[in-house]
Design a protein around this ligand. Sequence first.
Ligand SMILES: [Zn+2]
Length: 207
Amino acid sequence: MKIKLIRERRKTLVLKIINENEIEVKAPTKLAETKIYEFINSKQDWINKKIKKMKEFEEFSKKFDFEKYIYQFSSIAMETKALSLDFSNSTKKWKLIKNQYLSLFEILHDRARELADSLGFEVKKISPLSSKCKWGSFNTQKEMKLNYKLIILPKHLIDYVIYHELCHSKHMNHKPQFWKEVEKYCPKYKTYRREMREFSFVLKTLF
Ligand SMILES: [Zn+2]
């Protein structure tokens, strides 16, 4: 493994994993090199674990066909024309995929509106959310945001996220009362939360 050592005016040692073959260590200017390597050795387990996770994520992300998946979960999606463009430019490719997802936001919007209205929740606005860590949000102005990437999730998970956000109109936190409220509409929410975790790589994939 390659170690990139950066000396700077600091008091502590900081370790960062760049990729599976390289780590970066920031160290105080005068700290002996043996001390630095001792530190790295003591963190070997942590480093290995992180690298393993990193690799798993990359593999999963590579195998996942984002273009195909958007056609799987809704009939409207089936009607949108296939992406038959040249994807030699990868930035362009992701832009196109994002646009495809955004063009399907209407499905998410309508489902959220349907659930909110049928359950008597007041929601003033439903708009797309672009986030690497959140599937949805709900603010005090009664505006709901849903991550446009939700469109590739199975329908029951899309509904779970909508119920979850709707319940935030009553509880702006994740305390037990909040989960009790979620349970009313979504009795299997615990299982669904676990299932959601399997899709976290979708969130983390940048587009
Ligand atoms: Zn929440």
